[in-house]
Design a protein. Sequence first.
Length: 19
Amino acid sequence: MAVGFHSTRHWFPSYLNDS
């Protein structure tokens, strides 16, 4: 469950995608 901490600039889309 990578919430996108690696891409802080796109943390929200990454959170929605990786969750």
